[in-house]
Design a protein around this ligand. Structure first.
Ligand code: IPD
Length: 262
C-alpha cells in the first residue's frame, strides 16, 4: 500500500473537524435535542449528525479507510488507516451554551496516531499536528509551558462520566493534586484541555475516565508541542484509558500521584 503524505492526511483531518464543528455551531439552537440521558452524560442529536459530516468528508477522500467514532464505528480491517472522531467533545458544555467544546479528528496508521486536528468553533481555533511537524494553533507553532514544579503548576482535569458506585481514584487524585499544585481546573472538554497543555496555557492534564476519541488528536498535538503523555488502558473498557500529560518536568510527579491513587 502506498503511503499517503502526512500533509494530505492532516488537511483531511482539518476539513473533517471543521465539517463536524461547523455543523454543530450552525445548528446550536438545537443543542438540547437529546438522544439519551445518563446520570453524568448526555448524547445529543447533533453528536450523531456532526459525526456523519466528518465521516462523509473523510470517506469521500478515502472510501476504504476505517472509522472509529464516539457515536459510531465502521471498521475496515483491510486498511492500515483508521480515523478517530469525537464530533463534539465537551458535549455537556455545548448543550448548555458554554463555549468550551471542540471537534476532534485523528488518523491512525497501523494503530499509531499520525495526524490530527482539534477545532474549537466558538473560539475559531484550529490545533493541528502530524508526526513530522511541530504542533500549531491557527498555523502558528506552539510549545508546552516551561514550569518546573508541581507547586507552581496549573493542572486541568475532567470528571469521568462513569462515577457510580465503587471507589473513584479520580477523586483521590484530584485531592492530591489540589493539595500539591498551585491550582486544578475542570473545564469539560478533554481534547481542548490537552491542546491547552500543548500551547502552554496550563502545565498538565489528567483524567481517569477518558476514551481514545477524546485524546487521539489532542494527545498527538500535545506531544508535537513537547509534552509527554502517559496512557494507561482501563481493564474491560474498550478504548478507555487514564491519561496524564505535561511538560517533561512534571510528568514523573503526575505519575507518582497516579500510582498512589490506583
Ligand atoms: C467528555 C469530555 C469531558 C471529560 C469526559 C469526556 P464528550 O467527552 O471530554 O471533559 O471529562 O470524560 O467523556 O462525552 O463530551 O465527548
Amino acid at each position: 500500500m502506498n503511503d499517503i503524505p502526512l500533509s494530505h492526511l492532516l488537511d483531511v483531518a482539518i476539513c473533517a473537524a471543521e465539517a463536524a464543528g461547523k455543523h454543530a455551531l450552525e445548528n446550536k439552537e438545537r443543542r438540547t435535542e437529546t438522544n439519551e440521558d445518563f446520570a453524568h452524560d448526555v448524547k445529543l442529536v447533533l453528536d450523531v449528525e456532526s459525526q456523519k459530516k466528518a465521516e462523509t468528508m473523510i470517506l469521500s477522500e478515502f472510501p476504504d479507510h476505517g472509522i472509529l467514532g464516539e457515536e459510531d464505528e465502521t471498521p475496515n480491517h483491510n486498511s492500515a488507516y483508521e480515523w478517530v472522531i469525537d464530533p463534539i467533545d465537551g458535549t455537556m458544555n455545548f448543550s448548555h451554551g458554554f463555549e468550551y467544546w471542540c471537534s476532534s479528528v485523528a488518523v491512525r496508521k497501523n494503530q499509531k496516531v499520525v495526524a490530527g486536528c482539534v477545532y474549537a468553533p466558538d473560539f475559531n481555533t484550529f490545533y493541528t499536528a502530524h508526526i513530522e511537524e511541530t504542533a500549531k494553533v491557527n498555523g502558528v507553532p506552539i510549545q508546552v509551558s516551561p514550569t518546573e514544579s508541581l507547586q507552581r503548576a496549573m493542572i486541568f482535569t475532567g470528571l469521568s462520566k462513569e462515577m457510580e458506585g465503587s471507589r473513584e481514584p479520580h477523586l483521590d487524585m484530584f485531592r492530591m493534586l489540589a493539595l500539591n499544585s498551585k491550582k486544578v481546573r475542570i473545564n469539560g472538554a478533554a481534547a481542548l484541555d490537552l491542546c491547552r497543555v500543548a500551547d502552554g496555557t496550563c502545565d498538565g492534564f489528567f483524567e481517569t475516565g477518558i476514551y481514545l476519541w477524546d485524546y487521539a488528536a489532542a494527545g498527538l498535538i500535545a506531544e508535537q508541542a513537547g509534552a509527554l503523555m502517559a496512557t494507561y488502558p482501563r481493564d474491560g473498557v474498550p478504548h478507555g484509558a487514564t491519561v496524564l500529560c505535561s511538560n517533561e518536568h512534571l510528568i514523573e510527579g503526575l505519575r507518582a500521584i497516579y500510582t498512589k491513587c490506583i
